[in-house]
Ligand binder design. Structure first.
Ligand code: ZN
Length: 292
Protein backbone atom coordinates (compact mmCIF):
# COMPACT_ATOMS: atom_id res chain seq x y z
CA UNK A 1 0.00 0.00 0.00
CA UNK A 2 1.28 3.46 -0.94
CA UNK A 3 0.38 6.50 1.16
CA UNK A 4 -0.09 9.82 -0.59
CA UNK A 5 -1.02 12.48 1.96
CA UNK A 6 -4.43 11.43 3.21
CA UNK A 7 -4.97 8.91 0.40
CA UNK A 8 -4.01 5.25 0.17
CA UNK A 9 -3.27 3.44 -3.09
CA UNK A 10 -3.31 -0.32 -3.58
CA UNK A 11 -4.12 -2.76 -6.35
CA UNK A 12 -5.76 -6.07 -7.11
CA UNK A 13 -4.28 -8.22 -9.83
CA UNK A 14 -6.53 -10.27 -12.07
CA UNK A 15 -4.06 -12.01 -14.42
CA UNK A 16 -0.61 -11.53 -15.91
CA UNK A 17 -0.46 -11.94 -19.68
CA UNK A 18 2.44 -12.62 -22.00
CA UNK A 19 2.55 -9.82 -24.52
CA UNK A 20 4.16 -10.57 -27.86
CA UNK A 21 7.03 -8.19 -28.68
CA UNK A 22 5.07 -7.19 -31.77
CA UNK A 23 3.36 -4.86 -29.29
CA UNK A 24 6.01 -2.32 -30.37
CA UNK A 25 6.92 -2.03 -34.02
CA UNK A 26 10.47 -0.86 -33.33
CA UNK A 27 11.48 -3.37 -30.66
CA UNK A 28 14.66 -5.28 -31.58
CA UNK A 29 17.62 -7.14 -30.06
CA UNK A 30 19.87 -4.06 -29.94
CA UNK A 31 17.31 -2.26 -27.79
CA UNK A 32 16.90 -5.35 -25.63
CA UNK A 33 20.66 -5.49 -25.00
CA UNK A 34 20.73 -1.81 -24.08
CA UNK A 35 17.86 -2.04 -21.57
CA UNK A 36 18.16 -5.67 -20.55
CA UNK A 37 19.44 -5.04 -17.04
CA UNK A 38 16.34 -3.27 -15.81
CA UNK A 39 13.74 -4.90 -18.09
CA UNK A 40 14.31 -8.50 -17.05
CA UNK A 41 12.69 -10.12 -15.23
CA UNK A 42 9.88 -7.74 -14.23
CA UNK A 43 8.98 -6.26 -17.61
CA UNK A 44 10.39 -8.78 -20.07
CA UNK A 45 10.67 -12.57 -19.97
CA UNK A 46 13.92 -13.67 -21.57
CA UNK A 47 13.07 -17.32 -21.88
CA UNK A 48 9.82 -16.79 -23.74
CA UNK A 49 10.88 -13.48 -25.34
CA UNK A 50 7.69 -11.67 -24.34
CA UNK A 51 6.72 -8.59 -22.38
CA UNK A 52 4.49 -8.88 -19.36
CA UNK A 53 1.14 -7.20 -19.20
CA UNK A 54 -0.44 -7.03 -15.78
CA UNK A 55 -4.23 -6.92 -15.82
CA UNK A 56 -5.17 -5.14 -12.62
CA UNK A 57 -7.51 -2.80 -10.81
CA UNK A 58 -6.26 0.17 -8.85
CA UNK A 59 -7.81 0.99 -5.48
CA UNK A 60 -7.79 4.56 -4.16
CA UNK A 61 -8.99 5.21 -0.63
CA UNK A 62 -9.75 8.65 0.75
CA UNK A 63 -10.52 9.10 4.47
CA UNK A 64 -14.17 8.31 3.73
CA UNK A 65 -14.49 6.94 0.17
CA UNK A 66 -13.40 3.80 -1.63
CA UNK A 67 -12.67 4.26 -5.33
CA UNK A 68 -11.93 1.55 -7.88
CA UNK A 69 -10.04 2.55 -11.04
CA UNK A 70 -10.71 0.21 -13.99
CA UNK A 71 -12.18 -3.24 -13.52
CA UNK A 72 -9.96 -5.71 -15.42
CA UNK A 73 -11.40 -8.43 -17.69
CA UNK A 74 -14.18 -10.01 -15.62
CA UNK A 75 -15.47 -13.57 -15.31
CA UNK A 76 -17.77 -15.44 -17.71
CA UNK A 77 -17.56 -12.83 -20.50
CA UNK A 78 -18.05 -13.95 -24.09
CA UNK A 79 -15.09 -12.44 -25.97
CA UNK A 80 -14.85 -13.97 -29.46
CA UNK A 81 -12.41 -11.25 -30.59
CA UNK A 82 -10.30 -11.23 -27.42
CA UNK A 83 -9.50 -14.87 -26.64
CA UNK A 84 -7.29 -13.91 -23.70
CA UNK A 85 -10.37 -12.54 -21.93
CA UNK A 86 -12.87 -15.15 -23.11
CA UNK A 87 -14.84 -16.84 -20.29
CA UNK A 88 -12.23 -16.06 -17.65
CA UNK A 89 -12.64 -17.72 -14.27
CA UNK A 90 -10.47 -15.96 -11.71
CA UNK A 91 -10.73 -15.35 -7.98
CA UNK A 92 -10.69 -11.58 -8.45
CA UNK A 93 -13.61 -11.00 -6.05
CA UNK A 94 -11.89 -12.98 -3.29
CA UNK A 95 -8.76 -10.93 -3.90
CA UNK A 96 -10.77 -7.70 -3.61
CA UNK A 97 -12.24 -8.88 -0.32
CA UNK A 98 -8.74 -9.94 0.74
CA UNK A 99 -7.63 -6.31 0.66
CA UNK A 100 -10.71 -5.21 2.56
CA UNK A 101 -12.90 -4.14 -0.37
CA UNK A 102 -16.55 -5.14 -0.07
CA UNK A 103 -18.11 -4.57 -3.52
CA UNK A 104 -21.30 -3.04 -2.10
CA UNK A 105 -19.27 -0.52 -0.11
CA UNK A 106 -17.39 0.89 -3.12
CA UNK A 107 -18.41 4.53 -3.67
CA UNK A 108 -16.98 5.23 -7.09
CA UNK A 109 -15.67 3.28 -10.10
CA UNK A 110 -13.60 5.32 -12.55
CA UNK A 111 -13.27 3.84 -16.03
CA UNK A 112 -10.27 5.35 -17.80
CA UNK A 113 -11.51 3.95 -21.11
CA UNK A 114 -13.82 1.20 -22.27
CA UNK A 115 -11.44 -1.42 -23.67
CA UNK A 116 -12.13 -5.05 -22.84
CA UNK A 117 -9.42 -5.28 -20.14
CA UNK A 118 -10.69 -2.24 -18.21
CA UNK A 119 -14.44 -2.77 -17.78
CA UNK A 120 -15.05 -6.48 -17.18
CA UNK A 121 -15.79 -6.44 -13.46
CA UNK A 122 -18.24 -3.59 -13.92
CA UNK A 123 -20.74 -6.44 -13.89
CA UNK A 124 -21.12 -10.04 -12.79
CA UNK A 125 -23.36 -12.81 -14.02
CA UNK A 126 -26.45 -13.43 -11.86
CA UNK A 127 -28.48 -16.24 -13.42
CA UNK A 128 -28.58 -15.13 -17.04
CA UNK A 129 -28.36 -11.39 -16.30
CA UNK A 130 -25.40 -9.05 -16.02
CA UNK A 131 -25.78 -7.02 -12.85
CA UNK A 132 -23.55 -4.24 -11.46
CA UNK A 133 -20.66 -5.61 -9.43
CA UNK A 134 -20.57 -2.41 -7.36
CA UNK A 135 -24.27 -1.68 -6.88
CA UNK A 136 -23.81 1.41 -4.70
CA UNK A 137 -21.08 3.05 -6.73
CA UNK A 138 -21.17 5.89 -9.19
CA UNK A 139 -19.44 4.68 -12.37
CA UNK A 140 -17.50 7.55 -13.98
CA UNK A 141 -16.84 7.33 -17.71
CA UNK A 142 -16.28 9.80 -20.51
CA UNK A 143 -18.90 10.84 -23.05
CA UNK A 144 -16.34 10.30 -25.82
CA UNK A 145 -15.69 6.69 -24.87
CA UNK A 146 -19.40 6.01 -24.54
CA UNK A 147 -20.07 7.47 -27.98
CA UNK A 148 -17.14 5.52 -29.47
CA UNK A 149 -18.21 2.11 -28.11
CA UNK A 150 -22.01 2.37 -28.34
CA UNK A 151 -23.01 -0.09 -31.13
CA UNK A 152 -25.72 2.36 -32.20
CA UNK A 153 -23.24 5.23 -32.59
CA UNK A 154 -19.44 5.09 -33.07
CA UNK A 155 -19.35 1.37 -32.36
CA UNK A 156 -21.51 0.61 -35.40
CA UNK A 157 -18.41 0.43 -37.59
CA UNK A 158 -16.86 -2.27 -35.39
CA UNK A 159 -17.50 -5.99 -35.84
CA UNK A 160 -20.47 -7.30 -33.80
CA UNK A 161 -18.13 -9.45 -31.68
CA UNK A 162 -16.71 -6.21 -30.28
CA UNK A 163 -20.13 -5.10 -29.09
CA UNK A 164 -20.30 -7.74 -26.36
CA UNK A 165 -18.15 -5.59 -24.08
CA UNK A 166 -20.67 -2.78 -24.35
CA UNK A 167 -23.74 -4.96 -23.90
CA UNK A 168 -22.50 -7.00 -20.93
CA UNK A 169 -20.34 -4.45 -19.11
CA UNK A 170 -21.55 -0.91 -19.98
CA UNK A 171 -25.26 -1.12 -20.84
CA UNK A 172 -26.20 -2.71 -17.47
CA UNK A 173 -24.51 0.22 -15.67
CA UNK A 174 -26.45 2.75 -17.77
CA UNK A 175 -29.69 0.80 -17.23
CA UNK A 176 -29.13 0.78 -13.46
CA UNK A 177 -28.72 4.58 -13.47
CA UNK A 178 -25.21 4.30 -12.02
CA UNK A 179 -23.27 6.12 -14.76
CA UNK A 180 -21.79 9.59 -14.35
CA UNK A 181 -20.82 10.68 -17.84
CA UNK A 182 -18.10 13.32 -17.93
CA UNK A 183 -17.32 15.61 -20.90
CA UNK A 184 -13.78 16.81 -20.20
CA UNK A 185 -11.58 17.62 -17.21
CA UNK A 186 -13.59 17.44 -14.01
CA UNK A 187 -12.98 17.41 -10.27
CA UNK A 188 -14.58 14.20 -9.02
CA UNK A 189 -13.82 14.66 -5.33
CA UNK A 190 -11.53 17.08 -3.47
CA UNK A 191 -7.99 16.32 -4.67
CA UNK A 192 -9.18 13.90 -7.36
CA UNK A 193 -9.32 15.19 -10.92
CA UNK A 194 -10.28 13.44 -14.14
CA UNK A 195 -8.14 14.65 -17.08
CA UNK A 196 -8.31 13.81 -20.80
CA UNK A 197 -5.38 11.69 -22.05
CA UNK A 198 -6.68 10.66 -25.49
CA UNK A 199 -4.93 8.58 -28.15
CA UNK A 200 -4.74 4.98 -27.00
CA UNK A 201 -8.52 5.33 -26.84
CA UNK A 202 -10.31 8.46 -28.14
CA UNK A 203 -11.91 9.34 -24.80
CA UNK A 204 -9.27 7.96 -22.47
CA UNK A 205 -9.05 9.83 -19.15
CA UNK A 206 -6.43 9.83 -16.43
CA UNK A 207 -6.91 10.40 -12.73
CA UNK A 208 -4.72 13.00 -11.03
CA UNK A 209 -4.65 12.77 -7.27
CA UNK A 210 -3.05 15.40 -5.07
CA UNK A 211 -2.58 15.32 -1.32
CA UNK A 212 0.08 16.31 1.17
CA UNK A 213 1.97 18.22 -1.53
CA UNK A 214 2.39 15.08 -3.66
CA UNK A 215 0.81 13.88 -6.86
CA UNK A 216 -0.15 10.45 -8.12
CA UNK A 217 -1.28 10.13 -11.73
CA UNK A 218 -3.20 7.10 -12.95
CA UNK A 219 -2.31 7.23 -16.65
CA UNK A 220 -4.16 4.15 -17.94
CA UNK A 221 -2.69 2.95 -21.25
CA UNK A 222 -0.65 6.02 -22.21
CA UNK A 223 2.14 3.45 -21.86
CA UNK A 224 2.06 -0.34 -21.70
CA UNK A 225 5.67 -0.93 -20.72
CA UNK A 226 8.28 1.38 -19.15
CA UNK A 227 10.45 1.02 -22.27
CA UNK A 228 8.17 3.72 -23.72
CA UNK A 229 9.61 6.20 -21.21
CA UNK A 230 12.92 5.78 -23.08
CA UNK A 231 11.20 5.83 -26.51
CA UNK A 232 8.25 8.18 -26.08
CA UNK A 233 7.34 7.97 -29.77
CA UNK A 234 6.59 4.25 -29.51
CA UNK A 235 2.89 3.50 -29.60
CA UNK A 236 1.50 0.07 -28.89
CA UNK A 237 -0.36 -1.78 -31.60
CA UNK A 238 -3.48 -1.23 -29.50
CA UNK A 239 -3.34 2.59 -29.71
CA UNK A 240 -6.35 3.74 -31.72
CA UNK A 241 -5.11 7.19 -32.78
CA UNK A 242 -1.36 6.93 -33.22
CA UNK A 243 -0.58 10.65 -33.57
CA UNK A 244 -2.70 11.74 -30.63
CA UNK A 245 -1.29 8.88 -28.51
CA UNK A 246 2.24 10.22 -29.13
CA UNK A 247 1.23 13.80 -28.28
CA UNK A 248 -0.45 12.71 -25.06
CA UNK A 249 2.51 10.54 -24.03
CA UNK A 250 4.90 13.47 -24.52
CA UNK A 251 2.70 15.71 -22.35
CA UNK A 252 2.26 13.10 -19.62
CA UNK A 253 5.99 12.35 -19.44
CA UNK A 254 6.87 16.04 -19.23
CA UNK A 255 4.27 16.60 -16.54
CA UNK A 256 5.37 13.56 -14.52
CA UNK A 257 9.03 14.61 -14.71
CA UNK A 258 8.28 18.28 -13.89
CA UNK A 259 6.01 17.49 -10.95
CA UNK A 260 7.78 14.39 -9.63
CA UNK A 261 4.42 12.64 -9.87
CA UNK A 262 4.09 8.95 -9.14
CA UNK A 263 2.72 7.42 -12.34
CA UNK A 264 0.41 4.43 -12.11
CA UNK A 265 -0.16 2.92 -15.56
CA UNK A 266 -2.61 0.18 -16.44
CA UNK A 267 -0.28 -2.70 -17.23
CA UNK A 268 3.33 -2.29 -16.01
CA UNK A 269 4.99 -5.29 -14.35
CA UNK A 270 6.14 -5.11 -10.71
CA UNK A 271 6.24 -2.73 -8.87
CA UNK A 272 3.55 -1.51 -11.32
CA UNK A 273 4.25 2.20 -10.80
CA UNK A 274 7.12 4.64 -10.51
CA UNK A 275 8.66 7.97 -11.46
CA UNK A 276 9.84 9.61 -14.67
CA UNK A 277 13.31 11.13 -14.30
CA UNK A 278 15.09 13.41 -16.75
CA UNK A 279 18.40 12.28 -18.22
CA UNK A 280 20.87 14.01 -20.58
CA UNK A 281 19.10 12.46 -23.58
CA UNK A 282 15.50 12.14 -22.45
CA UNK A 283 13.79 10.24 -19.64
CA UNK A 284 14.42 7.21 -17.47
CA UNK A 285 12.13 5.08 -15.32
CA UNK A 286 12.58 4.88 -11.56
CA UNK A 287 10.41 2.07 -10.22
CA UNK A 288 8.58 2.85 -6.97
CA UNK A 289 10.43 1.52 -3.94
CA UNK A 290 7.12 1.13 -2.11
CA UNK A 291 4.74 -1.54 -3.33
CA UNK A 292 1.15 -0.53 -3.94
ZN1 ZN B 1 -5.42 -1.86 -21.28
Amino acid sequence: MISLGEFEISRVEEIVLDEDTGLFQHWNDTILQKHHDWMAPNFYNEERKVFYSTIQTWILKTPDKTIVIDTSGGNDKDRPLSPRFHKLQTNFVEKLKGVGIEPDKVDMVILTHLHVDHVGWNTRLEGDRWVPMFPNAQYVLTAKELETRDPKRGGASRPPGAWNTYYDSIQPILDAGLARVVEGAETLLPGIQLVPIPGHAPGQAGVQVRSGGREAFFIADVMHNPIQIYYPDWNSKFCEDQDVARETRAKVLKHAADEGALILPGHFGPPHCGYVRRTASGYAFEPSSVLP
